[in-house]
Design a protein around this ligand. Structure first.
Ligand SMILES: [Zn+2]
Length: 503
């Protein structure tokens, strides 16, 4: 009899400092008319795409098996997921588990926090395991997460992204998928070793492209490639979430020999702990960064405002950096996209070619960091209007369709400003080219992103300058009150010791 597999995707990175709750409609792409994707629609939208779901799907359809898809849902990072949304999504997956499949493949994130559960993925795995005690489960995860006992003890194989920008999401799922398929074929016997240490890394110091993370990730990759273990993943953690299980973590799957996995886990965690001071980021004041940009002669200069980046839960409507850029007299600037549906509506009503004066951005208060909403007045000409849809050709999410909603370009004296209706991080040049902007021909590109923009903007940039704008993604962690993280936690507690939680 053909085996029956369940494939599901449920992804959210929760910034617990964001004031915007994440409701179920946020998990429905604009093109789905507000419906969660499942079955054929999920396969059509994501099969063949360079996404976590696509990685599993493409490998599983090659298998002589029945494939059940109860859910493929993902929302942009934002505030806590509502209980209603979580129960709807988790319910679809546990219902599928209760039908007795031979295995389950899950593309998750690892940083979802709901109104009730600070460890939503762990809660999901715990529920699945209570229904199907012996069912093999493969899980792929983002690099930014909180690793938890419920997640690790209830899965069979777990893998995580090894890049940041995340350009290996597809391969990450394929690593988990192929390992579990080998286990189902009786070739290997996966055993998990995992651990998390009290080290809150700064997101601007996390990328495996550079030290201090490079050596750590390279060792994990080498251990997996050589066959020392089945899979090895290191996770930078997600410091914008106030949860008890935050920290840098490692998860290893070894072949029937936990001793080997434990040894590699300890080696990787000890290496990270030795380098803990290097994971601290000393940021430059916003005005100094903009002044530095102003002194550069040749563009494009990318100004990356990382404090209000929707890719980590930012609102995408804090205008402080654009105001500073204009105040310091930078010219030939393209800025955005900012998310402001009200301003888009004004421009749509006015039409292309019309002169408008808008109160741009600043629609949302951020009480968790004491930042009130503040818009800026912008006058200019509506130069272009689009539906905000384009096919991603860059390395992040290749083949997926970006949906910014109705999008407008306002030409003003000092800056051409892009305004959209649905927040998305600019991870593809299509954000600009789809509305007629050639980013290579402009002096300054002011975007809201921390790291992911580098996948496509680094190759075209003469210079990149991170700018510490205000927002719920600010790297200044002293702005927020952490009530739930464990202590001692480095660098908040400089006397912290390497106290490993794991198995
Ligand atoms: Zn991530």
């Amino acid at each position: 009899m053909r085996p029956r597999y369940v494939l599901a995707g449920m992804s959210h990175e929760t910034n617990t400092f964001s004031p915007q709750p994440t409701t179920i409609d946020k998990f429905c792409p604009l093109s789905s008319n507000g419906v969660l994707l499942e079955r054929d629609a999920a396969a059509a939208a994501l099969g063949g795409t360079k996404t976590p779901f696509g990685g599993f799907y493409d490998m599983l359809v090659e298998r002589d098996a029945d494939l059940v898809i109860p859910l493929a849902a993902g929302a942009m990072p934002s505030g806590k997921v509502t209980d209603d949304a979580f129960e709807e999504m988790a319910g679809r997956i546990t219902d599928a588990a209760s039908t007795g499949p031979d295995a389950m493949f899950l593309a998750l994130h690892g940083a979802m926090v709901t109104e009730t559960h600070e460890d939503a993925e762990g809660e999901l795995l715990r529920r699945i395991r209570s229904i199907a005690p012996d069912m093999p489960i493969a899980v792929s995860l983002d690099f930014h997460l909180g690793m938890s006992p419920d997640l690790c003890s209830n899965a069979t194989v777990v893998t995580g992204y090894r890049t940041y920008p995340h350009i290996d999401t597809y391969e990450t799922s394929q690593r988990a998928c192929s390992t579990l398929l080998r286990a189902l074929d009786g070739e290997v016997d996966p055993v998990i070793s995992w651990g998390v240490i009290p080290l809150m890394t700064n997101m601007l110091r996390q990328t495996p492209l550079h030290q201090p993370m490079k050596d750590i990730m390279d060792r994990a990759i080498e251990a997996e490639a050589s066959g020392e273990v089945l899979t090895a993943s290191v996770f930078g953690g997600f410091p914008l979430s106030d949860i008890s299980h935050t920290g840098l973590s490692v998860i290893i799957t070894s072949d029937g020999d936990k001793t080997t996995g434990d040894a590699l886990r300890d080696e990787l965690l000890e290496l990270a702990w030795e380098r803990r001071a290097d994971f601290v980021f000393d940021f430059e004041p916003m005005a100094s960064s903009v002044a530095r940009a102003a002194s550069i002669a040749v563009g494009p200069v990318v100004l990356a405002d990382h404090g209000d980046n929707c890719g980590a839960g930012g609102i995408t409507d804090v205008m402080s950096v654009l105001e500073e850029v204009i105040a310091q007299g930078l010219d030939d600037v393209v800025a955005g996209p900012y998310c402001d549906a009200e301003t888009v509506r004004v421009c749509l009503d006015a039409g292309v070619g019309a002169e408008v004066t808008v109160e741009l951005g600043g629609k949302v208060d951020m009480p968790a960091i004491g930042l009130p909403a503040k818009s800026m007045t912008l006058s200019g000409r509506v130069a272009a209007i689009t539906d905000g849809r384009f096919l991603v050709e860059g390395p992040m999410g290749t083949g997926t369709t970006t949906e910014l909603g109705d999008t407008v370009l306002i030409e003003s004296d000092h800056a051409d400003v892009l305004v959209c209706s649905s927040p998305l991080e600019p991870t593809d040049l299509g954000f600009y080219t789809h509305i007629g902007i050639d980013p290579t021909a402009r002096k300054y590109l002011l975007i809201k992103s921390r790291q992911h923009f580098r996948a496509v903007f680094e190759p075209i940039a003469a210079e990149i300058i991170p700018v510490a704008g205000p927002g719920v993604c600010s790297e200044d962690y002293s702005q927020r009150t952490f009530e739930h993280i464990r202590h001692p936690m480095y660098p908040m507690d400089l006397d912290a010791t390497m106290d490993v939680i794991g198995n």
